[in-house]
Ligand binder design. Structure first.
Ligand SMILES: [Zn+2]
Ligand SMILES: [Zn+2]
Length: 298
């Protein structure tokens, strides 16, 4: 139903086996890319995510490790013959970044819609994207991606309303058809799916709120050890222990640690620190993939 692919787990600089920050969320034949560090298009290819199907790029902030892959990606999309527009969203300061990016990419056969993120949710394909502020050294935003789920279809109500069976599936999909509305045949909305991406950031209430009961939180875990807590505070990052604690407080269903400092060569100590607060924490690695489906109902 919804596929999440972790394309890169590195912060600051790429390593041979650790690409820079990027995450792909694919649903309904389209893909949203979150961050686009240097080499992201290599990672897309390596992990089998079609660049051609990208429709939206969500940038968290304008540090190089999150955006330097974008001009090259735009060029590749151009060489693939793309004509469909691409939307690129980012926090305050987007205009100043868009101009050099566009200049580096050169003339493109498709439109790029640069759009500054506010606090308002917006649609990206079937997903609803809600930006939220992160605490970093520069303007930075995280994103909650939700896939809504319509209420349960009630055939009894559809029959009683005299709705022809041929129209049922479209009403079920939330469309208004021939004067009939989904509200006539659907129960209240059910729990959908929520994926939350939060890097680079200190742990803060905005992340906790956005991540509440998320199916997946993918979050900054730059430092393995709390001995680096002062550095984390100085540079606007989190330690693995802090990220685990936030995930526990937010009641998320899954946690992936990401954006490791290049100094972190062994993920085990950081993972252990996160797991003391959130036992099911997972140390994100490049290429990690998760398929999410709506909850089964009894
Ligand atoms: Zn970073
Ligand atoms: Zn940063």
């Amino acid at each position: 139903m919804l596929t999440v692919t972790l394309l890169g787990t590195g912060g600051t600089q790429p390593l041979p086996e650790r690409a820079l920050a990027a995450l792909a969320v694919s649903v309904g034949g389209g893909t949203v890319l979150l961050d686009c560090g240097e080499g992201t298009q290599t990672a897309l290819r390596r992990w089998g995510v079609s660049a051609y199907r990208l429709h939206t790029v969500l940038l968290t902030h304008y540090h190089g490790d999150h955006i330097l892959g974008l001009p090259g990606l735009l060029q590749t999309l151009s060489s693939l013959g793309r004509t469909a527009p691409l939307t690129v969203v980012g926090p305050a300061g987007l205009e100043a970044v868009a101009a050099p990016m566009a200049a580096l990419a050169g003339p493109l056969p498709f439109a790029v819609h640069w759009r500054q993120a506010g606090q308002e949710p917006f649609a990206a394909g079937p997903l609803t994207v809600t930006p939220f502020p992160l605490e970093h050294r520069v303007p930075c935003c995280g994103y909650a991606l939700t896939l809504p789920r319509a209420g349960r279809f009630d055939p009894g109500r559809a029959r009683a309303a005299g709705i022809p069976v041929a129209l049922w599936s479209r009403l079920q999909a939330g469309q208004t058809v021939e004067g009939f509305t989904p509200g006539q045949v659907l129960g209240p909305p059910r729990r959908g799916l929520k994926v939350v991406y939060a890097t680079d950031t200190r742990p803060c209430p905005a992340v906790t709120e956005a991540a509440r009961e998320a199916d997946l939180l993918c979050m900054d875990a730059t430092y393995a050890d709390d001995a680096d807590l002062d550095k984390a505070k100085l540079y606007g990052h989190a330690t693995c222990r802090e990220t685990g604690a936030l995930a526990a407080e937010a009641g998320v269903r899954r946690l992936w640690l990401t954006h490791y400092s290049a100094a972190v060569t062994d993920l085990a100590p950081g993972l252990a620190a996160a797991q003391r607060a959130y036992p099911d924490a997972v140390a994100g690695t490049d290429g990690m993939r998760l398929e999410l489906d709506f909850d089964k109902e009894s």
